[in-house]
Design a protein around this ligand. Structure first.
Ligand code: 5GP
Ligand code: ZN
Length: 117
């Protein structure tokens, strides 16, 4: 699998750095954000190193379907499937991307504004 030795989320995926893991599969890991922005704030990452969603290729179609299903199932498990939730991925400086390993923020448990800040 494509991994980068200096990448924080590759290390979390390899279980070299601890995280509050809520779900794991062959291709994905989901764990709680250490600086939560909502009552539910879970990060869903591919185990494979992909820098951002801008690096997605045709072969990653199944992986993205897994992300959608994992987010939906986690939202149900968190009890926010009826109240609503948001799935966000940041790319680049204006969006505030700070970790350069693809991750989706699953947010919910409070009302959220639109447009995002
Ligand atoms: P970004 O700003 O790149 O979209 O999101 C990165 C997220 O990773 C932030 O919400 C930040 O709180 C979270 N984060 C950074 N370092 C760690 C860590 O070591 N463990 C966990 N669980 N989350 C982290
Ligand atoms: Zn990585």
């Amino acid at each position: 699998m494509n991994t980068e030795t200096s990448c924080l989320f590759c290390k979390i995926a390899a279980r070299e750095i601890p995280a509050d893991v809520v779900r794991a599969s062959d291709r994905l890991l989901a764990f709680r954000d250490t600086n939560p922005q909502a009552p539910t704030h879970i990060l869903i990452i591919p185990k494979e190193h992909i820098g951002s969603i801008a690096e997605i290729e045709e072969r990653h179609g199944g992986l993205l379907a897994d992300v959608a299903q994992a987010a939906t199932q986690l939202a149900r498990a968190e009890g926010i499937d009826q109240s609503g939730w948001r799935l966000v991925t940041n790319v680049g400086p204006d969006a505030g991307q700070s970790v350069f390993h693809l991750h989706f923020h699953l947010l919910g448990g409070r009302g959220m504004g639109w447009p995002p800040g």
